[in-house]
Ligand binder design. Structure first.
Ligand code: AMP
Length: 116
C-alpha cells in the first residue's frame, strides 16, 4: 500500500517540496515543530528502520548529504540543527515510510522530554 509520503513523492498530493532527485525527496513538515522543519524521505518505500537492508546503504547515506545541503540553504547550518528518525510506537512514528526530520531555527532544548 502506498504511503502518504509516496503520494507526495509521486506528485499525487501537494506538499512544499524543496528538493527532489532520483533517490530522495524533501518537503516541509505540515505541522512544523521549529522554524525550519523539513522531512527528507527516500523515494523507495522503506517502512521503518527495522526494515533497512544493506542494499539501502547508499540511499541512507544520501539522506545525510541532502540534509547537509538543505541545512545550509535554510540558514541553520551555522547555529546547528537536529536530525531525527523515529522508529515504531515508543518513538511515536506516525508515517510508516522511513524519513529524517531536519529541525532548526531555534534552541531545540533537551533531546528527550522529561519522564512523567
Ligand atoms: P513521524 O512521527 O516521525 O512519523 O513523523 C511524521 C511527520 O509527518 C509529522 O511531523 C507530520 O507532521 C508529518 N506529516 C504528515 N502528513 C504530512 C503531509 N501530508 N505533508 C507534510 N508533512 C506531513
Amino acid at each position: 500500500m502506498s504511503t502518504i509520503f509516496s503520494k507526495i513523492i509521486a506528485g499525487e498530493i501537494p506538499a512544499e517540496i524543496i528538493f527532489q532527485d532520483d533517490r530522495v525527496t524533501a518537503f516541509k513538515d505540515i505541522n512544523p515543530q521549529a522554524p525550519v522543519h523539513i522531512l527528507i524521505v527516500p523515494n523507495k518505500e522503506i517502512p521503518t528502520v527495522n526494515d533497512v537492508s544493506p542494499e539501502d546503504e547508499a540511499v541512507l547515506g544520501h539522506l545525510f548529504v541532502v540534509a547537509r545541503q538543505i541545512a545550509a540553504e535554510q540558514g541553520v547550518a551555522e547555529n546547528g540543527y537536529r536530525l531525527i528518525v523515529n522508529c515504531l510506537g515508543d518513538a511515536g512514528q506516525e508515517v510508516f515510510h522511513l524519513h529524517m526530520h531536519l529541525m532548526g531555527g531555534r534552541k531545540l532544548g533537551p533531546m528527550l522530554s522529561r519522564r512523567d
